[in-house]
Design a protein around this ligand. Structure first.
Ligand SMILES: [Zn+2]
Length: 105
């Protein structure tokens, strides 16, 4: 944090402290910092997730995720990352079917 920012925060703190009492001012500044920090983190995650992920077309492999709890199947067309999705609070199981839906000729 820069000195200017620290000065602004201190000035705000004392101004609020004079007006509303230092305990309330301290709480307000703390809440402000928590929100600012959370906001920055959210912004960063939004920015870092911006670039296109490396994806691979795997539709011809007949891959699918199966939920072992309820039997839901998800066919994998394009794989962006190898982390399994979750369903019914359980990670889904990756299976490979021997009969692709569109066999190459
Ligand atoms: Zn399920």
């Amino acid at each position: 944090m820069g000195y200017l920012m620290a000065g602004v925060v201190l000035a705000t703190f004392f101004a609020l402290g004079e007006a509303f009492g230092y305990v309330r001012a301290g709480v307000a500044v703390a809440v402000f910092f928590l929100m600012a920090r959370f906001g920055v983190r959210w912004m960063r995650s939004a920015v870092t997730s911006q670039p296109e992920p490396e994806v691979a077309d795997v539709s011809e492999y007949g891959l699918k995720y199966v939920c072992t709890m309820c039997g839901l199947e998800l066919k994998i067309e394009v794989a962006a990352k190898d982390r399994a999705p979750s369903h019914c609070m359980e990670p889904m199981v990756l299976v490979r079917t021997d009969q692709p839906s569109a066999p190459p000729d």
